[in-house]
Design a protein around this ligand. Structure first.
Ligand code: BG6
Length: 297
């Protein structure tokens, strides 16, 4: 659909408009109260979330908007697997959803916010990578003080399917040396940069090196404390019993072409996931829903 057609069907007066974003990608720009967000149809990718103009979600200055590559930053939707494919190294990391073109399905003005729903079904392109029938719905609800991203995966194939997933959210922080993360103390994790060893730590997470961890068996809220910006970001979730924490640090940042060398200083990923032990098996005709709500505590 063209930008004009998207606006004709899905604009909400004063609250949601479609614009041509970087690289010509169609983007929905929504606001409610002092909150604003932008969502790209490419990947059903939330690009920004701000309250009072202050970014809560981070987007790389080096992000590539070519309608092919996944966008670096925001909320990539990793699906139907998280990270590398479990058995086939040739398949794309984090699956097919983040690089697919999604369709706008619905927008709605709520009493206390704005809602947008996007959809993706299997196509020739997705079947090349993952040969199954599926239906995905991604809804974004913007309220005056929160953003909720919800992904519902429906198995419309004839056999049970395994759905792994991440709402791979990049958060903006004042500085990686002063911000820290709580809510995952004493939760076991898989250390992806130490041979997937299982570990547990009693303390809050202070990032001082590359961190790439899948916390397992955790449904609790996670907090990103940022004393220098005098704020705490809160992430609540449902349908997810695993959380990934990632910061690439110096060497990995330097290896990523779409990530500035110093940008690891101003971001951290806290991802609401169905990863590792938490991958869900969904029977034919059934669905699984995963959701995160981001707010300031
Ligand atoms: C994280 C993974 O979720 O995503 C990391 O835990 C990975 O291992 C990171 O490097 C970024 O992945 P990508 O494919 O977007 O570069």
């Amino acid at each position: 659909m063209s930008i004009d057609e998207l606006n004709a069907s899905f604009a909400i007066s004063d609250h949601l408009t479609w614009v041509e974003g970087p690289g010509g990608l169609p983007i929905a720009r929504a606001n409610f109260g002092h909150a604003e967000t932008e969502i790209s149809l490419h990947g059903a990718h939330v690009l920004s979330f701000k309250i009072d103009g202050e970014p809560i979600i981070w987007l790389s200055k080096e992000a590539v908007f070519n309608g092919k590559k996944a966008i670096r930053g925001g909320v990539p939707v990793c699906w139907p697997w998280f990270a590398d494919h479990p058995t086939d190294a040739d398949k794309p990391a984090h699956g097919v959803a983040r690089t697919s073109e999604w369709r706008a399905l619905k927008t709605e003005q709520l009493d206390d916010g704005i809602a947008l729903e996007l959809g993706l079904t299997d196509s020739e392109q997705t079947r090349e990578v993952w040969d199954h029938a599926f239906e995905l719905r991604l809804s974004v609800e913007l309220k005056a003080d929160s953003l909720t991203v919800t992904l519902t995966s429906t198995n419309i194939d004839s056999i049970p399917l395994e759905f792994g997933c991440a709402l791979h959210t990049y958060f903006a922080i004042s500085g990686v040396h002063s911000a820290y993360i709580s809510g995952l103390e004493n939760v076991g994790y898989i250390d992806s940069i130490d041979n997937d060893q299982r570990k547990v730590l009693a303390d809050a997470i202070h990032i001082d090196r590359e961190v790439d961890r899948i916390y397992t068996q955790t449904e609790s809220a996670v907090l990103i404390h940022d004393p220098d910006w005098d704020r705490t970001i809160r992430i609540d979730k449902t349908g997810s019993a695993s959380t990934v924490v990632w910061n690439p640090w110096i060497d990995k940042a330097a290896r990523m072409s779409d990530f500035g060398d110093d940008e690891y200083l101003g971001m951290v990923c806290v991802e609401t996931t169905n990863a590792a032990d938490d991958v869900r098996t969904v029977a034919a005709g059934e669905s699984h829903t995963i959701s995160q709500t981001i707010s300031l505590a």
